[in-house]
Each structure stands twice: as C-alpha cells, then as structure tokens.
Design a protein around this ligand. Structure first.
Ligand SMILES: Nc1ncnc2c1ncn2[C@@H]1O[C@H](COP(=O)(O)OP(=O)(O)OP(=O)(O)O)[C@@H](O)[C@H]1O
Ligand SMILES: [Mg+2]
Length: 436
C-alpha cells in the first residue's frame, strides 16, 4: 500500500537506521513481531527494541498495539499528502498548495488525514457550519474523548467550507510546537512568504495575525490541542512554556476580525470556558458517539451478528476508533461474529491500552474517584462521594468530577455517576493486576 520509496524517504527524514527501516517496512505490511523476527533472523525482543526506537523517532507516545496503530495512521496520512502533492519540492513536503484556482483561495492541508471514508455526523456538520458561516464565530472548539472523530470531522468540515474562505490552514499541534513557531508559520503562509522579519514577542505576532484575520477571511484549524496541555492535572491546564497559546485564543475570541480558529482537543481550555456562550462568537461542541452511523464501520470490516451490533456500539459509546480496534479482534478471533465476541467480554488488550493512555492524563484525585466509582455496584451520588473523600474539600472534589466528565470517563445517570462499560472493565482489570 505504502511505497518503499516513501518509506525510505521518511526513514532518512527521521534518522532511522537500516535495521529500524527493515522492521518498520515489515510492520507496515501488517506482519506480526514473530513473523518479522523470523524473516530477519533476529529475536522478537530485538524487533520490539527496534520498533520502540522507531516510535521514539516519530515521537509516538502510548503503549503496545496502540502505538503501532498510531504510527500506521501517521504514515498513511503522510503518504496520502505525499502522493497528492507531486509537483514541486516544497509541495512534496506538504508545505503549501494552491488549490481551487477558480476562487483563488490558498489552502494548506498540512498533515490532515484523508476523510474519503466518513459516516454520519450530519447534525454536527450543520451546527458547526451555522456557527462558522452564518453566525460568524471567531473561535470554535471541537471537544471529545480520544478516538471520537474530532480530527476526521475537522477535516471534513474544512473540505466542505473551503469555498467560503480565502485561506484555509490545517495544522496538528501533536508535536507541541511553541506558540512563537506556530504563529510564525501561520503568518508566513498568510503573507505568502512576504513577512520575512517577524516581530519578536508573542503579543506582537498575535497582533500581526489578527491584522491578516481582519483583512482576509481565513479558516485556521489547530488539531490535537491537548498536546500543549499538562498530564497529571485537571483537564485544560497548559504545559509550562505554552501559556502563550492562552493569550492567542483569548485575543482571537475577543478582538474583532472576520476569520475563524477551530480548535480540536480532548480537553477544554479555560479561555474558551470563560468566553463561550450561545450568542457569543466563541462556542464549543462536545462530540458524542457516532450512533447508528457506526454500523457502517462494522459493515466495512466485514462483521456479522448484526442483531448485536447496537449493543457493541453502545458498549463503546459509539467511539469509532475503539470500534475499529475491536472489529479487528472480532474478525481475527471470532471470524467476525459479534454475538460470539459479546458472549465472552467487552474488551481486549488493544482497548485496554487505548483507555490506559487516556487514564495516563488524569490527576491523582481524578484517578482515585474513578477507581472508587468503579468499585461501587450502584451509581454514586455526590453526597456519597463526599463522605468517602471527606479529606478533600467539596470544591476540589467538584472540580475533579467536572474534569472527569469533560474527559467522558464519568457519566451521569438518573441514579448518580457511573462509568462507561469499557472504562469499568479496564479499571477493574487494573485493580486486579494491582492486587494480583
Ligand atoms: N465519521 C466517521 N466515519 C468513519 N470513520 C471515522 C469517523 N470519525 C472518525 N473515524 C475514524 O475513527 C478513528 C479516530 O478518529 P479521529 O482520529 O478523528 O479521532 P480524534 O477524536 O481526533 O482522536 P484523538 O483525540 O486521539 O486525536 C480514525 O481512524 C478515523 O478515520
Ligand atoms: Mg485527533
């Protein structure tokens, strides 16, 4: 699927050794560790060691199979960009491409993934379009749990809206660029490389960006904003040195201009909470599950046992990435039969790796609350939580609970707070690992 030429080029770009490139090429063909070891005549541990070097060089975090999925996704996306921009060297690097010359707009898709396979989300697309086009919102946040489809939706939306804008820029914050660097690259693109001397301070760079935003109608998408936020704290706190992003968001939300910044993030940042409102030009949309449209994912993967699909989708709260991960196992182990799979369990090691990655972002108190709710047979009301956490002030407890709800790890049912089934299973497994 991915050409060896492309893999060679990207291996050089990321400084991979020959041995690492060999392992990467075979892993991209979907070969298991054992098969790769056999083919290269080395041990499974040596394969894992080389792969872990590769993950590091591509700055891919997380555990086990999720890392490989992430790497594959990254390479497939980059390959797509590479193939779509064959003309000049700079275009090949995915830097900028003039698209749709009829309307003279300039578009930079950066590393935006391909969204030709995309199901549902008609309501969400309609809402976002209304906010951005009709109601001229200046700052919009698209929030939701990892894997829910924020990135995919942001690209789909931008593709549908590109005709409305003079400039469209899609950027990932996954590598956590400094705000100075990000602003520099936006300004360079918007000024068509004519701003050669950039102001030094963040504040002055933001002012310059806002000048462009006043003069031209621009749509800028910043994807994966959680990458500039801290782990181990309540949701939405900037990493040290990244506070400048807060000023950028605040000024883009407050100062008049005719453009829009769309942010996707697993966590909501404070500036958005403060400025958002039904009539304000700052809004946020929390992305829920894919609903019935998720059936198309199961169909595409060739699963059977259709009468139980609804149960499977509900068990994973319609999260498309979790459904894709689980579909692979169901296909391999149960010949695609969802009914057989559901009679055993709801979760697999892929899912547990995926959820553990999400849990890695939690603060200590959030983690304790999550484990407590998981240990209870009944939904937990706030009063009960307060009694069990009597050493913690109610304000602090409320903050942590709010943060967990924002992360979609805790849900509110009629009887009190509960966890989504997949989270309960993973937490229970972690507890039994700890005790065992
Ligand atoms: N509407 C959709 N139709 C089909 N596939 C989808 C849809 N939305 C998302 N997906 C697929 O689900 C996976 C996860 O989606 P995506 O990467 O957009 O999630 P995300 O919310 O951005 O996650 P993260 O917070 O980890 O970045 C991808 O493989 C994507 O192609
Ligand atoms: Mg994403």
């Amino acid at each position: 699927m991915i050409s060896q030429d492309f893999l060679n080029a990207i291996a050089t770009e990321h400084g991979l050794s020959k041995g690492e490139l060999e392992v990467l090429s075979l892993a991209m063909e979907g070969q298991s560790t054992a098969a790769i070891a056999n083919r290269l005549g080395i041990s499974g541990d040596a394969v894992r060691k080389r792969l872990s070097e590769v993950y590091q060089k591509f700055q891919i975090a997380g555990r086990g199979p999720v890392k490989l999925t992430k790497l594959q996704q990254l390479l497939v996306n980059r390959y797509q960009t590479y193939r779509e921009t064959p003309n000049t060297e700079s275009e090949r690097r995915g830097e900028s491409q003039v698209s749709n010359p009829k309307t003279q707009n300039r578009i930079d898709w950066g590393e935006a993934p391909d969204v030709s396979v995309f199901y549902g989300r008609t309501d969400e697309l309609a809402t976002l379009k209304r906010w951005i086009v009709k109601e001229r919102c200046r700052l919009v946040a698209l929030l939701g749990m990892s894997g829910m489809g924020k990135t995919a939706l942001s690209v789909k939306l931008a593709k549908q809206l590109q005709g409305e804008f003079e400039f469209v820029i899609w950027r990932s914050l996954r590598q956590a660029p400094s705000v100075q660097d990000l602003l520099a690259s936006l300004i360079q693109f918007l000024s068509e490389q004519s701003e050669t001397v950039l102001p030094k301070t963040v504040n002055n760079r933001v002012s310059l960006l806002i000048d462009f935003f006043r003069e031209h109608r621009c749509l800028v998408i910043l994807d994966s904003a959680e990458s500039i936020l801290r782990t181990g704290e309540l949701a939405g706190v900037y990493q040290e040195g990244y506070e400048g992003y807060g000023d950028l968001f605040k000024r883009l939300g407050q100062e008049p201009h005719k453009s829009c910044l769309l942010l996707t993030s697993q966590e909501k940042v404070g500036e958005i909470s403060l400025l958002e409102g039904e009539t304000s030009p700052v809004r946020s949309l929390k992305l829920g599950g894919l609903g019935d449209a998720a059936q198309a994912i199961l169909k595409e993967k060739g699963l059977s046992g259709e009468k139980n699909w609804g149960h499977l989708i509900q068990g994973y709260r319609g999260n498309p990435l979790m459904l894709k991960l689980i579909a692979i196992t169901i296909k391999e182990v149960f010949d695609g039969n969802v009914t057989d799979f559901l009679s055993t369990t709801l979760f697999t090691s892929d899912i547990s790796d995926f959820i553990e990655d999400i849990l890695d972002r939690l603060s200590d108190l959030e983690e304790k609350i999550l484990f407590y709710i998981a240990s209870q047979k009944e939904p937990v009301v706030f009063g009960k939580l307060q009694k069990s956490f009597s050493e913690v002030s109610p304000q602090y407890l409320m903050g942590a609970l709010g943060s967990l709800r924002q992360r979609s790890l805790v849900e509110k049912s009629e009887g009190g707070f509960i966890l989504p089934p997949a989270v309960t299973e993973v937490v229970a497994q972690l507890v039994s690992d700890l005790e065992g």
